[in-house]
Ligand binder design. Structure first.
Ligand SMILES: C[S@@+](CC[C@H](N)C(=O)[O-])C[C@H]1O[C@@H](n2cnc3c(N)ncnc32)[C@H](O)[C@@H]1O
Length: 307
């Protein structure tokens, strides 16, 4: 079978199974099997697949036809230009979450934060570790690339001496986060702990607390696409009644864990800004609260600055 024939077959099969954008899945899976970029497929339509490649492609397409996400099939995904291992025990890191990262990096770069260095940074509900590893890498990179600038303009937040912490209620998710940390060579830079919200961090305070906790309202879970509903972990998605139950407990505990001038950043659902702001004001009455929208104009991140 040639590349072009394999793709045509896969697209037809995926379309019959109502997979959205079948062309994308067909190309991603084939490119992964051949270890090439997607553009290679277009440039080499007549290349023949080996028997093993064809067999593997057919079995992967069959899995995709049952709505298994491409990234669980290939076992890795790109997030903020870095490769992360994923499996069914972790949420696949989303492009929306990159907004959270961008926001934090911009604020740090623009020195909008009055935090002493080194910073204590916690990621609650770390899943694959995408957030904490990206931040550790970015802060580390800035400090090595801009070390001269850092020392002269006093951008001390960019110091690679920052301390990184991450926790999750799921042991299996933590195993993946640790694997990713190994792949980044960051295993010793991040302290991972298992536990419910702030439980693992008794008596510990942080300058930055970042959380992308479950926020889908329980009664809306059944409206999720089959890719998500049948494959991604429910514990990573279901936010209880109105979607903000876990965040409510999180904020109530966060009051004991945030340093002066510290910040909390949470990813939220597209219409949850007002309710989340109300809750943030209840637990942090003197804080500055801001809802940041995504590129589609929907609520996406809430930032809370402690006074
Ligand atoms: C939406 S996923 C986010 C994963 C990752 N941070 C990301 O952005 O891709 C939520 C994560 O929170 C974890 N989680 C759910 N409830 C939790 C709780 N009560 N305490 C700690 N972690 C929790 C889940 O296991 C899951 O890994």
């Amino acid at each position: 079978m040639k590349i072009k024939e394999a793709q045509t077959w896969a697209i037809k099969k995926l379309r019959e199974s109502q997979i959205e954008q079948p062309e994308i899945s067909a190309s991603l899976l084939l490119a992964e099997i051949l270890s090439v970029a997607k553009s290679y497929l277009m440039l080499n339509p007549d290349q023949l697949l080996t028997d093993n490649q064809e067999k593997k492609y057919r079995s992967w397409v069959l899995r995709r036809m049952k709505h298994e996400p491409v990234w669980y099939i290939t076992k890795h995904v790109e997030f903020c230009d870095q490769d992360f291992v994923v499996n069914k025990n972790v949420l696949i890191p989303r492009p929306e979450t990159e907004i959270l990262i961008e926001l934090i990096l911009n604020q740090v770069k623009n020195k909008k934060l009055k935090i002493k260095s080194p910073m204590q940074i916690l990621d609650v509900g770390t899943g694959s570790g995408a957030i904490i590893l990206t931040l550790a890498k970015q802060f580390g990179d800035y400090s090595s690339n801009d070390s001269e600038k850092s020392s002269t303009n006093n951008s001390s937040h960019l110091s690679s001496n920052n301390k990184y912490y991450a926790s999750d209620i799921s042991d299996k998710a933590l195993q993946i986060a640790k694997k990713n940390a190994d792949n980044f060579n960051y295993r010793t830079k991040i302290l991972f702990k298992k536990g419910n919200l702030f439980e693992p961090w008794e008596n510990k305070k942080f300058d930055y607390v970042i959380a992308n906790l479950p926020y889908v309202p329980s009664d809306k879970m059944s409206e999720l696409s089959l890719d998500i509903l049948n494959f991604e972990p429910k514990i990573a998605l279901d936010g209880g009644k109105n979607g903000l139950e876990i965040y409510q407990t999180f904020l109530s505990q966060a009051t004991d864990h945030l340093n002066k001038n510290g910040r909390i950043y949470c990813e939220i659902g597209d219409k949850q800004g007002p309710n989340m702001t109300k809750m943030a004001k209840q637990f942090f009455p003197k804080s500055q609260v801001e809802v940041i929208k995504d590129y589609g104009g929907f609520d996406r991140v809430i930032s809370i600055q402690n006074s």
